[in-house]
Design a protein around this ligand. Structure first.
Ligand SMILES: Cc1ncc(COP(=O)(O)O)c(C=O)c1O
Length: 380
């Protein structure tokens, strides 16, 4: 049978490849972004309690009301943004579903969406499978700043959307207040919609402030904001996230969401609602991960790995140019097979650039995992 693929360039994701290789060769897995420690046991108890109490059938399509209310209250408390939980917050099956639905809701065949490379690997396939064209603007090693002149030049009458991500995976950079000023100018001039991937909003370091689109009324009015409880509560396997967007955008979003998943896991939503409404989980998260970042950096200090500044997320880029001139993919594979540490090559997030000599390491790991990995990394 001859199949005409809608995504001919897409293979198995790098996360699956590296996690499988790590398991096959028994390497320490600092590749895929997930914690190797457990979540708060009280959260598991809460899910079990909701299951036992019979909350096991379909949730409302837009999400359990208590969770939508807790998300709206959190956005108000943190960013001073008033979202209506009934019409402007939708609970999704992870940030990934939220990203896909937002793109599918807005991008028509032949439309363009601007993405910044390196970028999370679901953006471009979501755009392309919906008939759109990804227009790639490069963030360049080593500081990966947004080149706003290039963004302005990339805008065309076909531009429907700009996809932003802060704190940023994989570079661990964050948007600044001056970035928000530049973005506001572009939105004012073009009326373009923003898809703002803020799944790491609660993991930001050295006292920096998270520049959510929600803080800025002019941006908020044009934005889908994507959040994920997986990152915040150490439960990436539960796949629950949300989208906050003005009513008109939310209405279009929900038209897609109701036919992609219809609704999201019911008992988990109830449990998350309790935790979020109580303000649990996120307040200490930045400090928790900053300590892990600093531990990891202290453990590899004096080695030939050169760290780039990690300002948020639970990722650390390490420059390996003093160790080898291999490509990042070749080196990541060899590092896993021969030295027992799995990482992610940033080439997996690139579309037009040649990959710089850096690998991405996830430090959402137990201290002893980081210690064992660092011992191996120091040997190189
Ligand atoms: C930047 C970014 N966006 C979205 C997601 C997906 O979030 P979820 O696991 O909630 O689908 C991830 C997960 O790694 C991510 O790193």
């Amino acid at each position: 049978m001859h199949l005409r693929s809608k995504l001919p360039a897409v293979g198995t994701t790098i996360f699956t490849v590296m996690s499988k290789l790590a398991a096959d060769v028994g390497a320490i897995n600092l590749s895929q972004g997930f914690p190797d420690f457990d979540c708060d046991p009280a959260l598991v108890d809460a899910v079990a309690r909701h299951m036992r109490e019979g909350r096991n059938q379909y949730a409302p399509m837009q999400g359990v009301p208590a969770l939508r209310q807790a998300v709206a209250a959190t956005l108000e408390a943190l960013y001073g943004a008033a979202y209506d939980p009934d019409g402007e917050i939708t609970i999704t099956s992870g940030g990934t579903e939220a990203i896909f639905d937002a793109v599918a809701a807005l991008v028509h065949s032949g439309d363009e969406a601007i993405v910044f490379e390196p970028c999370y690997d679901s953006y471009v396939p979501a755009i392309e499978v919906n008939g759109g064209r990804a227009v790639v603007v490069s963030l360049r090693y080593p500081d990966y700043r947004v080149p706003w002149d290039e963004v302005r030049a990339a805008i065309s009458p076909r531009t429907r959307m700009i996809v932003l991500n802060s704190p940023h995976n994989p570079t661990a950079t964050i948007l600044s207040e001056s970035d928000m000023t530049e973005l506001t100018r572009i939105v004012d001039d073009s009326g373009v919609t923003i898809l703002s991937d803020e799944v790491y909003e609660h993991i930001i370091f050295d006292g920096a402030r998270h520049e959510s689109m929600a803080r800025y009324p002019a941006l908020r009015a044009h934005s889908f904001i994507v959040g994920s409880f997986g990152k915040t509560y150490h439960v990436t396997g539960w796949k629950v996230g949300y989208v906050a967007a003005p009513a008109a955008l939310s209405a279009e979003f929900r038209k897609v969401h109701q036919f992609v998943t219809f609704s999201t896991n019911t008992p988990v939503q109830h449990a998350l609602a309790e935790f979020l409404a109580d303000g649990r989980g996120y307040p200490g998260l930045s400090a928790f991960y900053q300590r892990k970042r600093d531990l990891f950096l202290a453990l590899i200090e004096g080695s030939r790995w050169k760290p780039l500044l990690s300002r948020g997320t639970y990722f650390q880029l390490l420059d390996y140019s003093a160790i080898t001139d291999e490509t990042d993919m070749d080196f990541a594979l060899r590092l896993t097979r021969e030295h027992g540490v799995a990482s992610i090559p940033t080439s997996a997030f690139l579309y037009t650039q040649t990959a710089p000599p850096v690998l991405r390491f996830c430090f959402a790991k137990k201290d002893e995992t980081l210690e064992s990995a660092a011992t191996r990394l120091r040997d190189l």
